[in-house]
Design a protein around this ligand. Structure first.
Ligand code: 2YJ
Length: 272
């Protein structure tokens, strides 16, 4: 799993990437609209009743400069109220509970979760990322993936979630990984197709969810490709950029927004 760096997320708090405009252009939705769709809600949902506490976690490799502030800014953009706790780790968690937070968001080196305090339920970032990027791919593909060939690159945590989600959307899912056995495991577990030749797989697919921390050259990409690519680092050469119909990417926001909205949805769906 790739660790984010302060450099990768430095534009997130002040929305320098202007992800809303990019998503509207490529997928027809804002980040909030996409997250509402991903969480199985509909309409324009008011999240102002949710108070989020983001807890910085110092364990393992420690705090990433700007991470908690970025998460805080992302959930505010959804219309939730949010703050970063003064204390870190258990102290921060305790502070959040004491102050009546409805949702607690925190990440260490392997897990990033949104915990809905009212319902006692968690949403993790691997699922949030896979779901968010699958919904973006579907929207960029015209709103329907059923019967379409979709390639998932990478059979790690996000890729494993993505094959299940995309299959659930009716896509004809293939999966490839530089460690072929990992793709084969998903083939036997979820009934998707494992492809051994990564380059041939990329060339023969127009709809790709890249859940691997690797980039690939434009010369092997199909013309008109739609690439939904959460993996970091992220880069495409000039040929790739020219050939792609859409390249959907951000370092943190899509997955985080889906986690927060899905977490809130545990409460909202109960009250429907
Ligand atoms: O609180 C902090 O500042 C740090 N403990 C944040 C650590 C963030 N974690 C990562 O970037 C890991 N790679 C895990 C992310 C999960 C992605 N599915």
């Amino acid at each position: 799993m790739t660790r984010l760096t302060p450099e990768m997320i430095k534009g997130v708090p002040d929305d320098r990437m202007d992800l809303d405009s990019k998503l509207v252009r490529m997928c027809g939705t804002t980040v909030k609209e996409m997250a509402i769709q991903a969480a199985g809600l509909s309409g324009d949902v008011d999240f102002s009743g949710f108070d989020v506490a983001v807890v910085p976690i110092t364990s393992g490799l420690g705090v990433i400069g700007g991470f908690a502030k970025s998460v805080d800014a992302i959930v505010r953009r959804l219309g939730m109220s949010s703050h970063v706790t003064e204390g870190t780790d258990v102290q921060g968690f305790s502070e959040a509970i004491r102050d009546g937070a409805d949702m607690i968001m925190m990440a260490d080196d392997t897990m990033f979760i949104a915990y809905n305090v009212r319902e006692g339920k968690q949403t993790n970032n691997s699922w949030g990322t896979a779901m968010g990027y699958s919904v973006c791919l579907k929207n960029a593909a015209g709103g329907d993936l059923s019967g379409k060939d979709v390639l998932v690159i990478g059979a790690g945590f996000v890729g494993t979630e993505a094959v299940q989600i995309l299959k659930g959307m009716g896509a004809d899912v293939s999966v490839t990984d530089i460690v072929y056995e990992k793709a084969e495991r998903l083939e036997s577990k979820y009934g998707v197709k494992a492809l051994k030749d990564v380059e041939a797989a990329i060339s023969s697919h127009r709809y790709i969810l890249n859940a691997a921390p690797a980039s690939f050259p434009g010369k092997i990409m199909a013309e008109g490709s739609v690439i939904s690519t959460p993996g970091v680092p992220h880069s495409f050469d000039d040929e790739g950029i020219r050939k792609a119909k859409a390249i959907i990417h951000d370092p943190l926001e899509i997955g985080t927004a889906v986690m927060a909205v899905n977490s809130a949805a545990f409460t909202l769906k109960k009250n429907l």
